[in-house]
Ligand binder design. Structure first.
Ligand SMILES: Cc1cc2nc3c(=O)[nH]c(=O)nc-3n(C[C@H](O)[C@H](O)[C@H](O)COP(=O)(O)OP(=O)(O)OC[C@H]3O[C@@H](n4cnc5c(N)ncnc54)[C@H](O)[C@@H]3O)c2cc1C
Length: 425
């Protein structure tokens, strides 16, 4: 006689933040027989390496209407989910589970212990206490709707399972996308988001390591240069402000990462080529800069240009680079700066253009844009609109945020909503 497969009320595929939250929320709301499958030997692998090993758990942004603005994919559609479980709820949830979060000056929130292992320990303990069964090195290979309801599941190790409900929380892994497709879902093609920009050659290579804050960036793309016609409504101009880091290959830092997040699809369409204009002036207008230069000519008349920057926060190396670029001798005194040279320097401070030739080195992308379209999911419960009993959470969905804890926040929100809905239905 063939033994009947193990039967679970809920199987969650994917032991990442979204899967853990879904399994714990369901179990804590009273659901029994919850199984969490993780294909690798250690769950929560991305949490471990996140935030430079500190895990930026969420962001101190308490208003769901403001929070949605940080999601290039998702945006307004996330108002509903975030009105039920947003950043404040995540902070309270972790607090109730013994993990205090602290806010940094820029709003990012980290565990008080300042280690991502504290987040992992909190989630693993909560799962264990609530009765979630975790199986590691066990991947979900195939899933089909069972004739009598629920799902027939096949594990990569060869075993079979039955589940009344199934959560897919497999992140950006292709196997999860295939599972979602096999259960009737479409897929917005995945493209990288949150990456750095490369110049080839890099005219700023001598400035590697320089940080300027704030800087205004404007990326201009020629959509007609892309492979095939651009999708209707695709934007070709993107702007961001914030800290910028010059690297030996091009540009990085929060402003660049935010820019590439919002421009992820358009950049992909254009083969990661375009023009970026950098305003190094910290938002100063032309008349303000002219005034500043006039003051320097008056107050620092005898000082050499390379020894007296127009304002102290302007990087010395960058200023020297701009002098060099404009052909102005570094030893020239402020009093001897010609009108045309001044105009050239002000122009390069306000509008230096560089040709973008690609993404930064491989391995820097933090999240994937694309995934299961949000229109195919009931965002109040995260249940599939196409396959009853199937729920989707986390990065598998076509949602991604900029850096700052927003990607984990979406995992906490979507996982919690799925777990609650499953337990209470
Ligand atoms: C280097 C780095 C740093 C980051 N730092 C931050 C940060 O500080 N703050 C922030 O908000 N975001 C950060 N992110 C983004 C964040 O890690 C992701 O958005 C988040 O992990 C997505 O969670 P998830 O649960 O959807 O997927 P994942 O974390 O990818 O988890 C999915 C899990 O499912 C497993 N799996 C896949 N297929 C199967 C299968 N068929 N069966 C069983 N298991 C399967 C995978 O092994 C994985 O463990 C960072 C990302 C990276 C790469």
């Amino acid at each position: 006689m063939v033994p009947s497969p193990e039967h679970w009320s809920l199987v969650v595929a994917g032991g990442g933040p979204a899967g853990f939250m879904a399994a714990i929320a369901a179990a804590e709301a009273g659901l029994q027989r919850v199984l969490l499958l993780e294909s690798t030997p250690e769950p929560l692998g991305k949490v471990l390496i996140s935030g430079g090993g500190r895990c930026n758990v969420t962001h101190a942004c308490w208003d769901p209407r403001e929070l949605v603005g940080y999601y290039p994919r998702g945006s307004k559609a996330l108002r509903g989910p975030f009105s039920r479980f947003a950043a404040g709820d995540a902070v309270a949830w972790f607090d109730e589970h013994g993990l205090a979060l602290v806010e940094e000056a820029d709003g990012r929130m980290f565990p008080q212990a300042n280690r991502s292992t504290a987040v992992i320990q909190c989630l693993r303990q909560a799962a264990q206490r609530s009765g979630v069964v975790l199986r590691t090195s066990e991947a979900l290979q195939a899933a089909a709707q069972a004739p009598g309801g629920g799902f027939a599941l096949q594990l990569r190790s060869g075993g079979d399972l039955r589940a009344d409900r199934l959560v897919l929380a497999t992140g950006s892994h292709p196997s999860g996308r295939r599972l979602a497709q096999s259960l009737g879902h479409g897929l917005v093609p995945p493209v990288p988001s949150l990456f750095t920009l490369a110049f080839k050659p890099n005219p700023l290579v001598a400035l590697a390591g320089v940080v300027m804050d704030p800087v205004d960036l404007e990326l201009e793309l020629d959509l007609d240069q892309g492979a095939g016609p651009p999708p209707p409504g695709m934007a070709h101009r993107f702007r961001q402000s914030g800290p910028l880091l010059i690297t030996h290959w091009g540009l990085s830092g929060p402003a660049t990462l935010r820019l590439t997040a919002f421009a992820a699809r358009a950049l992909h369409h254009c083969g990661y080529r375009g023009t970026i204009r950098v305003d190094w002036s910290g938002g100063r207008s032309q008349p303000q800069l002219e005034q500043l230069f006039a003051e320097c000519r008056r107050d620092q008349a005898k000082r050499q240009l390379n020894n007296a920057r127009p304002w102290p926060a302007l990087s010395r190396r960058l200023w020297q680079h701009l002098l060099d670029q404009q052909g102005v001798e570094a030893e020239r005194r402020w009093a001897d700066l010609g009108k045309r040279q001044q105009q050239g320097l002000i122009e390069s401070l306000r509008r230096s253009s560089y040709a973008v030739a690609g993404r930064g080195p491989f391995g820097e992308e933090f999240v994937t844009a694309g995934g299961v379209p949000l229109g195919e999911v009931n965002l109040a419960t995260m249940e599939s609109r196409l396959t009853p009993g199937l729920y989707l959470a986390g990065e598998l969905l076509d949602v991604d945020g900029i850096t700052g804890g927003f990607n984990f926040q979406h995992c906490w929100s979507s996982g919690w909503l799925a777990g609650q809905a499953i337990a209470l239905n």
